[in-house]
Design a protein around this ligand. Structure first.
Ligand SMILES: Cc1cc2nc3c(=O)[nH]c(=O)nc-3n(C[C@H](O)[C@H](O)[C@H](O)COP(=O)(O)OP(=O)(O)OC[C@H]3O[C@@H](n4cnc5c(N)ncnc54)[C@H](O)[C@@H]3O)c2cc1C
Length: 574
């Protein structure tokens, strides 16, 4: 019975690295290439695969041990290998589907569950790296929430809202267009055509890359198999070497709200644009609720926003929300802060809503309600437990920096792995997962993820906020440039904006930024790049920005910080 000592292979420039995970226990049978342990350097995590098949007889390392090249990891009994199925990294008590790989109707090197921005990106990147990929999607179209019922349709409608507002504002500049007449069917049709164009493009891209798309509800049957149930009830099993979970999230429902009443909408319902209600309640003052409130207000609805917290757009500094509120509050019927909705009753005449606010309880009746109180991940709906993938109570799946779940051959990305639930985060995580699955050394090491509310004005922020700095007791320096001093914003007739850049006062390096104003969502990218590049105040202020542009405000806010501003009086040095 030859016992072979399995040792740490060449680990490059490192003398020793910690063991962060052990995938086998004494007595486990492993096949060649099954992962035995995961080592982590400051650059990447690396699995040590078994060089041969056999049975683990002894383990010589534990999690947290530091090991160098040649260190003993475990003893493998090579004689007892024949015909044994692989159980490496199998969670206790879980049975591997017998012969799943052989029996699957379809087999893929990589299967991706969910075709949202995370899923289709992972599938396409992996295919480009040479993997044979199957993409599973329960909806008839690709693109997930973002393309079908999220980012894209909402931005199409926000564009229409902006044009209505701009046209109306032009009367102050001597140009009148008269009252807009809204053909809701045509507007809906245009929004749908934008979505169709993008979604159709995705199908073409999948075909061009030879990514096989299977439509149906996917559920894990084990750590190497997924069952897909099509709409007609037929099923097929897809077996895989590796998988990426990208099943996204869904709107939260509240128990005291009659969600089955068609007048109660979630964001998907609101985007359907069934009609323009006379009075609409937006329950939840986050980004999605306020974007939809902007659309419906421009189309003629009287909007009330109710929010439990003491401010809107949680996460953004209050000084950035203020200009938005100053502009929009007079357009809305009401904004109730620190107010709870305690009950909604469906009546023939409307939806009766009970509120509980700082001044007591009150009641009102609305034609429609948009419930936008957050989104819940779909982790509990894919039978992840059958694969041994850990899902927390809320439905999130934890991953490491390589987007691996606790099962090293199964990755997870996008909304299902945690906040912020944003498409651009999903896309970047997807590329990492695909690259790691294809054997590349990748890790998700973005320093910051920007957030944008595409309201009017837009509000965008990235990195450290003033609110967070205060909570952390961290000293910061800041430069604030009011757009009232920007030639471009004055020429645009919209000078309510602010650009704020936050610096480390010791090193002058940029730590964060916040912008409120037209196109803030586009402008914030400069701050993202500056943070990623470790830029300091001089780097930003001395980069020549074109004049007259809104992008100049980023440089000017920085000049406010370092005292070199000439377009305004520099702030007094403390
Ligand atoms: C109204 C609205 C506006 C938004 N605007 C923005 C924005 O402007 N910018 C931004 O960055 N983000 C925005 N978001 C958030 C963004 O849409 C999500 O962060 C993004 O879609 C997450 O991508 P994902 O790939 O993780 O999941 P999703 O897009 O949710 O995709 C998951 C996919 O998995 C499929 N799926 C789920 N379960 C199964 C199963 N069992 N079998 C088969 N398929 C399954 C789903 O059908 C879906 O297609 C918005 C969201 C909403 C609701």
């Amino acid at each position: 019975m030859p016992i072979e000592k399995i040792t740490v292979p060449d680990i490059g420039d490192f003398d020793s690295v910690p063991v962060i995970e052990i995938h086998v226990a004494v007595g486990d049978t492993v096949s060649a290439e099954d992962p035995l342990v995961t080592l982590e350097s400051d650059k990447a995590a690396m699995d040590v695969p078994s060089p041969k098949s056999g049975i683990v007889k002894a383990l010589h390392v534990g999690v947290g041990d530091k090991v160098g090249e040649g260190a003993a990891l475990l003893d493998l009994d090579l004689q007892e290998e024949a015909g044994a199925p692989s159980v490496a990294h199998r969670p206790e008590g879980e049975s591997v589907p017998s012969g799943a790989k052989a029996q699957g109707d379809v087999h893929a090197q990589l299967v991706v569950l969910g075709a949202g921005p995370g899923g289709y990106t992972a599938a396409f990147r992996a295919a480009d790296l040479g993997m044979d990929v199957v993409l599973l999607e329960r909806w008839p179209m690709l693109g997930g929430v973002c393309l079908n019922v999220g980012c894209i349709p909402s931005k199409a409608l926000l564009h229409a809202a902006k044009v209505i507002d701009k046209a109306s504002e032009m009367k102050d500049h001597g140009i009148s267009f008269g009252q807009p007449s809204v053909d809701i069917d045509a507007l809906r049709g245009w929004k749908d055509s934008v979505v169709s164009k993008l979604v159709g493009g995705l199908s073409g891209l999948a075909k061009a890359r030879k990514v096989k798309v299977i439509h149906g509800k996917a559920e894990f049957e084990g750590s190497t198999a997924i069952r897909v149930t099509a709409e007609d009830g037929s099923t097929q099993t897809v077996t895989f070497d590796k998988a990426v979970i990208a099943a996204g999230s869904e709107p939260v429902e509240l128990p005291f709200i009659p969600h089955d009443d068609p007048r109660v909408m979630d964001s998907t319902g609101a985007l359907e644009l069934a009609d323009i209600p006379k009075r609409m309640l937006v329950l939840g003052g986050g980004i999605i609720g306020l974007e939809m409130a902007t659309v419906y207000e421009a189309l003629g609805a009287q909007i009330t926003v109710v929010e439990l917290l003491d401010g809107l757009m949680a996460g953004a500094d209050p000084d950035l929300v203020k200009p938005w509120q100053k502009r929009m509050a007079p357009k809305f019927e009401n904004i109730f802060l620190k107010t709870k909705v305690t009950n909604v009753t469906a009546m023939d005449t409307g939806l009766k809503v009970d509120f509980e606010g700082p001044d007591g309880t009150f009641t009102d009746v609305f034609d429609r309600i948009l419930v936008s109180v957050g989104r819940i991940p779909n982790g509990k709906k894919i039978k992840a437990e059958a694969a041994g993938v850990a899902v927390d109570e809320r439905g999130f799946i934890a991953t490491d920096k390589q987007m691996r779940t606790n099962v090293p051959t199964i990755f997870a990305i996008g909304d299902i792995v945690g906040q912020p639930m944003l498409a651009h985060k999903a896309v970047h995580e997807a590329k990492v997962a695909a690259e790691v699955a294809a054997g590349h050394k990748s890790a998700f090491d973005a320093k910051v993820i920007p957030s944008v509310a595409y309201t009017d004005p837009e509000v965008a922020w990235v990195g450290l906020t003033e609110t967070d700095a205060r909570k952390q007791g961290r000293k910061i320096g800041k430069g604030v440039f009011p757009w009232a001093a920007s030639g471009r914003s004055l020429a645009n007739g919209r000078d309510e904006g602010i650009t704020k850049v936050i610096f480390d006062p010791e090193t002058n390096r940029i730590l964060g930024a916040g912008i409120v104003g037209s196109s803030a969502g586009d402008l914030i990218s400069e701050a993202v790049l500056a943070i990623e590049m470790g830029a300091d105040a001089e780097d930003i202020a001395l980069s020549i920005h074109p004049h007259p542009t809104l992008s100049e405000t980023v440089a000017m806010a920085t000049e406010m910080y370092d005292g070199t501003i000439t377009d305004l009086m520099p702030p007094k040095r403390k």
